[in-house]
Write a protein of this length. Structure first.
Ligand SMILES: [Zn+2]
Ligand SMILES: [Zn+2]
Length: 135
């Protein structure tokens, strides 16, 4: 058992700071940098919470985060944005501005419908989806 764990440990250089570290998970970033990113994420989240109308550039400047990070957090829906937030990303299929994920609701519906997989209707109790059911 011990041997299997030893075999699973991977030695890598951190993609961000270049420091060597070991991991049994598929991480490319060392624990220090992960913690540091977590701090930036929390700073950005708090800033956006307090400043609903903050634009992408303002968040980047005030929170000292990179555009790549900010975009990723929005894509991953870690950052939950208000429906009137100016932080928008284009749907990867049709460029409709969206507040999270990769595709807009219309595209998701289109993608999943042919396979017979029902896309759940927007839940009115879900803050993020509210604007979709207002029609
Ligand atoms: Zn690092
Ligand atoms: Zn779309």
């Amino acid at each position: 058992m011990k041997n299997e764990i030893a075999k699973a440990i991977q030695y890598k250089n951190c993609k961000r700071c270049g420091k060597p570290f070991s991991t049994i998970l598929d991480y490319n970033i060392c624990p220090d940098c992960t913690k540091e990113e977590e701090r930036r994420f929390q700073r950005a989240r708090d800033f956006i919470f307090d400043n609903n109308s903050a634009k992408m550039d303002e968040v980047i400047e005030f929170c000292n985060v990179t555009r790549t990070e900010l975009t990723r957090w929005i894509r991953e829906e870690r950052l939950v944005l208000a429906e009137d937030s100016p932080l928008l990303l284009p749907c990867e299929n049709c460029n409709t501005p969206i507040h999270g994920g990769r595709f807009c609701y219309a595209c998701k519906k289109k993608f999943y419908a042919p396979q017979g997989t029902a896309v759940p209707e927007p839940d009115p109790s879900n803050e993020k989806m509210r604007f979709l059911s207002r029609k």
